[in-house]
Design a protein around this ligand. Structure first.
Ligand SMILES: Nc1nc2c(ncn2[C@@H]2O[C@H](COP(=O)(O)OP(=O)(O)OP(=O)(O)O)[C@@H](O)[C@H]2O)c(=O)[nH]1
Ligand SMILES: [Mg+2]
Length: 428
């Protein structure tokens, strides 16, 4: 448990009279309730402002844990004037006291929930200020351009010398390229930070639920020889290599007159739509039919935007399928009934393709929006530069500077802060 704020040490002294409050020194103390009855033996630590996570006086209790003891300590703290922290409030205070910038705070939140070792690596780098460096470099370059222009606005009668204009265009193009590249990489790595979603799709009875169970290694979903067994999507989290992946089993997709089945199929489509990886399953023991061709159509649609794995199931039975139509997707042969090691391997390869992750990444929608705004302002600036409207050009460059800087600093906008830290977990 952690207390932060000017009253922290005072409250700590009332709960643990023997606590000396020596900064950065672990002390074993006894904690007492208001009636003098002992609550627990605990280690207490004091971090004196500003040398603490929040930048304020901070006291930490390391008690023996358990809900009852912890809540007795909390109740006692609150009786002495403390209040529970809002979600993310500790980090918010750290930002407000200049202990970290917004991009680092976001990295804290995402690091706690990170779904893969790769993601954790990227976030740990951002915690050390990698994104700040990226933002500062771009901002400085934009300010330099602004400086050139401001000088020339003062001599408004004359046009911008051609050589200078050329130089500015080149510099601005380089900045914009960098922003667009980062946006693109960030989009393609979205799943890496948030965790990848994998959807298993196919017509009824091909063995989707059997495959889910094989991947999970326990009987999560009901399996039967009746087509249309799975009615609703089923989601589970599993570990594939160094990734935590959300895997979704779906209702078999086919033409159906049954209303409930139709709703289920609609959900299957949504699951495929929101997945990063689609596993399309076909039944090798039967010839392809029209419902399978629907699935192939779906794959063709997703080909450019998602990773697709095509698997032909029931390899233990005599094969009737003509895989001709599936050849372009390099299908793998599996038997979900016997387990799915081939598919796990395949998934691992597909997911780790995003590995060489040493690029700078934007890790939240807020950051992506800010970069997009920067790019838009720069594009408008280009037009004004071309038409020689230097004041408007300068205005747009200013807009771009504000937008890019908001990735690390947004103090003037309280709602942004509240919104951002509201999504943190309690106690951080
Ligand atoms: N021989 C054999 N049978 C399998 C294999 N995988 C699944 N089956 C059988 O195929 C039937 C359908 O399996 P499910 O996993 O329920 O199929 P599904 O695709 O989830 O079906 P719906 O939920 O109806 O869309 C069951 O009888 C399974 O036992 C396999 O690898 N080999
Ligand atoms: Mg099923």
């Amino acid at each position: 448990m952690r207390l932060s704020g000017p009253g922290a040490l005072d409250i700590a002294g009332k709960i643990a009279p023997s606590f000396k409050g020596k900064p950065r020194y672990a002390q074993l103390v006894s904690l007492y309730d208001s009636d003098g009855s002992p609550i627990d033996e605990a280690i207490m630590l004091y971090f004196q402002a500003p040398k603490s996570f929040t930048g304020e006086d901070v006291v930490e209790f390391q008690s023996h844990g358990g809900m009852i003891t912890a809540s007795r300590i909390l109740d006692r703290c609150m009786a002495l004037g403390a209040r529970p922290a809002e979600p993310g409030e500790f980090t918010k205070r750290a930002v407000l006291h200049g202990k970290m910038d917004l991009s680092q705070a976001e990295a804290v939140a995402k690091l706690i929930e990170s779904k893969s070792v790769d993601a954790a690596r990227i976030l740990a780098r951002q915690l050390k200020g990698e994104l700040k460096e990226f933002v500062d470099t771009l901002r400085d370059a934009l300010i330099e351009i602004l400086a050139y222009i401001e000088v020339n606005i003062d001599y408004a009668e004359e046009d911008l010398p051609e050589s200078l204009q050329k130089q500015i265009v080149q510099k601005l193009e380089a900045i914009d390229r960098k922003i667009r590249e980062t946006l693109q990489v960030s989009k393609s790595r979205e799943g890496l930070i948030e965790g990848f979603r994998v959807a298993i799709v196919g017509k009824p009875n091909v063995g989707k639920s059997s495959l889910l169970n094989a991947l999970l290694r326990y009987d999560r979903a009901i399996i039967s020889e009746i087509a249309g067994t799975t009615r609703d999507t089923i989601e589970e989290e599993i570990r594939i290599g160094t990734h935590l992946v959300r895997i979704v089993d779906t209702a078999g997709i086919r033409q159906s007159a049954d209303t409930i089945e139709q709703i289920g199929i609609e959900r299957s489509m949504q699951a495929a739509e929101s997945a990063d990886v689609v596993i399309a399953l076909f039944d090798g023991s039967r010839p392809l039919e029209s419902d399978d061709r629907e699935i192939i159509g779906l794959l063709e649609k997703y080909r450019s935007e998602k990773k697709i794995i095509v698997a032909i199931n029931k390899s233990d039975l005599p094969q009737q399928i003509d895989p001709g139509l599936l050849e372009p997707f390099a299908p793998v042969s599996v038997s979900a009934r016997a387990g799915a090691p081939v598919l796990i391997e395949k998934l691992e390869t597909v997911l780790s393709r995003s590995e060489a992750a040493d690029e700078t990444l934007l890790i939240s929608k807020r950051q992506v929006d800010a970069a997009q705004k920067t790019d838009e302002a720069i594009n408008r600036a280009f037009e004004f530069l071309e038409s020689g409207e230097l004041e408007l050009f300068a205005y747009e460059i200013n807009e771009a500077i504000t937008a890019i800087a908001s990735i690390t600093h947004a103090f003037e906008r309280d709602e942004i802060l509240d919104k951002m830290f509201g999504s943190f977990c309690l106690g951080k």
